[in-house]
Write a protein that binds this ligand. Structure first.
Ligand SMILES: [Mg+2]
Length: 374
């Protein structure tokens, strides 16, 4: 089998109303922007993936094209060397590896996770909220998540004062009791330049917050410090009992391996669209497992990216949850999964099931992509 072409399409699937990410105070987003990648082959099999870096990767993908045409899509370990060397020149090239695995799965008539170990067929999803909302409103949201089947939720804490952050988590815990797990994300790994005030935590705020969240039976604290503060992260992870999570925007297998070697996190959270190639992360998850650490992919970008990370999560023993980005009425399933024929849903017990078709096991909604093409 040979690769014959690589096609790119940019689309934005609109939110019903502006989404205000907690990590960029005062900012707003209109929809889910993606670059759809299709890799065509001479046997009629097409591999798909979607990048979420807002078109910045297009020059990179175009410059990579000549390196893939005429090549064997199965030769992933050769192709990853090219992707790694392309990265310093532009956007993140990793979704190409996802599309190659989609081809391999389709040619083998197997879902990707079954090619890689098939540890589980379903995984507990957590509703990952994205806006900073006052406690009364967040409590209503959490009740609704519960009604929809979710048994875990991730809250953003992004108030200027620690006291307000803790008020929010305390209020939600009080309201929902032990019926749901609560995760907390501080988004401190990189402070985005934004129109509003974006609080930056000190080390002592991170320690104090972690100790208080532990009393509230929180499952983990995510990104409490800068992503390159390796020593600070290692010290925090050692000093508190609450699991510390992060790594979603660390890039490259060597940098991610360093996070493991330095014991920066209890839970490593790379993303197959942002951090490294999909199978490269599968290997890294094996090392994390040997080190006694969990590996729980980040999935914020788009629904097709979630599907790729879901196959990875289902193929390893040390993944306990999968992120399910969802914060209506702005951040909806319809927008997030807009490029797919239908959204992936959680079942009545909060689990998301791995698609059983070959490859990624999902189909693009070509009509929707054409409608929202940029
Ligand atoms: Mg996060």
């Amino acid at each position: 089998m040979k690769i014959t072409d690589l096609i790119l399409e940019v689309a934005e699937f609109p939110f019903p109303e502006d989404f205000h990410p907690a990590w960029a105070p005062g900012g707003s987003e209109k929809g889910i922007g993606v670059t759809i990648i299709k890799i065509l082959t001479d046997e009629g099999i097409t591999g798909i993936a979607a990048a979420s870096t807002f078109g910045s990767e297009i020059p990179t993908f175009n410059s990579l094209k000549p390196h893939f045409i005429g090549k064997d899509p199965f030769a992933v370990e050769q192709h990853i060397q090219i992707l790694r060397n392309a990265r310093p020149h532009g956007g993140l090239p990793w979704p190409i590896e996802i599309a190659l695995w989609d081809i391999i799965g389709k040619a083998s008539h197997l879902p990707i996770y079954k090619l890689w170990g098939s540890y589980r067929d379903k995984i507990k999803a957590y509703a990952s909220s994205g806006e900073l909302r006052p406690p009364e409103r967040r409590i209503e949201d959490v009740y609704r998540y519960y009604e929809e089947g979710f048994r875990a939720v991730k809250l953003r804490i992004h108030y200027p004062e620690m006291k307000e952050d803790l008020n929010l988590v305390t209020a939600v815990r009080k309201a929902i009791g032990d019926k749901m797990e609560i995760m907390v994300d501080a988004n401190q790994a990189g402070i985005l330049v934004s129109p509003g005030y974006n609080p930056t935590w000190s080390y002592s705020r991170a320690v104090m917050t972690a100790r208080e969240l532990e009393k509230l039976n929180v499952s983990w604290l995510e990104e409490p410090l800068n992503r390159y503060d390796f020593k600070g992260l290692a010290r925090l992870t050692k000093e508190v009992d609450l699991p510390i999570a992060g790594g979603e925007a660390n890039v490259g297998i060597r940098e991610l391996k360093m996070l493991l070697d330095m014991d920066c996190y209890d839970i490593l959270q790379p993303d197959a669209t942002l951090s490294e190639g999909l199978f490269q992360l599968r290997m890294l998850a094996g090392i994390a497992h040997v080190d006694g650490k969990r590996f729980i992919p980040h999935t914020w970008g788009n629904g097709l990216g979630l599907v790729a990370n879901l196959h990875l999560a289902a193929s390893i023993p040390n993944c306990t949850h999968l992120e399910y980005p969802y914060d209506p009425p702005s951040f909806t399933k319809e927008a997030y999964f807009g490029m797919l024929k239908k959204p992936l849903e959680v079942d009545g017990e909060g689990y998301i099931h791995v698609p059983q078709g070959p490859g990624l096991g999902v189909e693009l909604d070509e009509e929707a992509i054409a409608r929202y093409k940029k």
